[in-house]
Every structure is written in C-alpha cells, then in structure tokens.
Design a protein around this ligand. Structure first.
Ligand SMILES: CC(C)(COP(=O)(O)OP(=O)(O)OC[C@H]1O[C@@H](n2cnc3c(N)ncnc32)[C@H](O)[C@@H]1OP(=O)(O)O)[C@@H](O)C(=O)NCCC(=O)NCCS
Length: 164
C-alpha cells in the first residue's frame, strides 16, 4: 500500500465523517444514499459502519447490519484514487472480525451482475454465488447476484487476521 506515507486506519464511522462519506458515495454509485441515510444508520443498533482513513482523508467505507448470526453488507466503496491498493479487502476483513465477535458466522451481500471489480473482491474473500434477484436495481434494471461467505472465521484465519 503506497500513495501516502500515512498509515491506513480502519475505525468506526462517526457523524463527522458523513460529509466525506457522502462525497465518496456520489463518486461511486449511480443512486447515492443521502447524508440522512448515514445519520440514520449511525443510530441503528444493528448497524456496523467503518471508514478507512489515511491521514485526514476518508479513503473508503463499508456499512453493514449484524443480526441473527449474520452480517449483511449494505454498501462498500473505496475512493477512486485509492482503488487497487487492498483497502476494500482490509475493510471487509476488519468487518468480518467485528461481526464474528458480535456472533455472526456468515456474511452476505447483493452485487450488480456487471460489477466485475466487486465480484472479484468478494470471490477473493471466499464469497460464492447463492442466487439472483431479477431486476433488483431499479436505476438500470440490472439483476443482483446474492453472494454468501458462510464461514467468515475461516476467511479471517486464511488471510492472516484483520491486520487493521
Ligand atoms: C469494488 C471496490 C470497493 C474495490 O475496492 P478496492 O479498494 O479497489 O479493492 P482492493 O484493492 O481491496 O481489491 C481486492 C481484490 O478485489 C479485486 N479487484 C478490485 N478491483 C478490481 C478491478 N478493478 N478489477 C478486477 N478485480 C478487482 C481483486 O481480486 C483484488 O485483489 P488483488 O489486487 O490481489 O488482485 C471499488 O472498486 C469501488 O469502490 N467501486 C465502486 C463502488 C462499488 O461498486 N462497490 C461495491 C458494491 S457491491
């Protein structure tokens, strides 16, 4: 990981992060969540939202719900200038570690059928395809692939821990 000499820190998101997270959301998604959606999530008892911080910059974030022994990923993005440096991988491993400590054994998500970088990211972390939701994304009419990792502890161990 290079780009800045500052260390990458992965920590819980807080209200002061929302402006930067929303800017990143707008750069990353066709239908970005408004800032109020992140405010609501920070009040949600089951939500686990993390940011990747480098220096004073928010380089990425991941949001999820952890409940009933599962972790459901709601969104994940890395800032365009920080992509390809392993930040999303590190955020997901950190999230797996937190979710496991909260009682989750598995993790799931929906991904756009044509989102190759995201599908590769998840495959590399042992997610497999578990089904399709037809025309799930109303903005483009794309299908969603549902992916599952049923043993997040094994993925944490295989990857040498969360390292963050
Ligand atoms: C998908 C996304 C989060 C990946 O973030 P990232 O920090 O660049 O990913 P990482 O550097 O941690 O990559 C980890 C692995 O993912 C895969 N990957 C990431 N970007 C890739 C790309 N452009 N093409 C192919 N594989 C890619 C690779 O397998 C990579 O491992 P490797 O470098 O050892 O080969 C980022 O591209 C992004 O923010 N996209 C826009 C938002 C989005 O689509 N989010 C997912 C919603 S489901």
């Amino acid at each position: 990981m290079r780009k800045s000499d500052s260390e990458l820190i992965i920590r819980y998101m807080n209200y002061d992060d929302i402006k930067a997270v929303h800017e990143l959301e707008c750069l990353s998604f066709k239908t970005p969540w408004p800032p109020s959606a992140f405010e609501d999530e920070l009040k949600n008892e089951v939500a686990v939202y993390l940011v990747a911080e480098i220096g004073n910059e928010i380089a990425g974030y991941v949001g999820s719900w952890v409940f009933l022994g599962e972790c459901h990923i709601n969104n994940i993005a890395t800032a365009p200038s920080y992509r390809g440096m392993g930040i999303a991988r590190r955020m997901l491993l950190k999230l797996m570690s937190i979710a496991y400590k909260k009682g989750a054994l598995g993790m799931t998500l929906e991904v756009r059928e044509h989102n190759e970088p995201a599908k590769k990211l998840y495959e590399k972390l042992n997610f497999t395809y578990a089904g399709k939701r037809k025309k799930y994304y109303s903005d483009t009419g794309e299908d969603a692939y549902v992916m599952w990792n049923n043993d997040i502890l094994a993925t944490i161990v295989l990857n040498g821990g969360d390292k963050a």
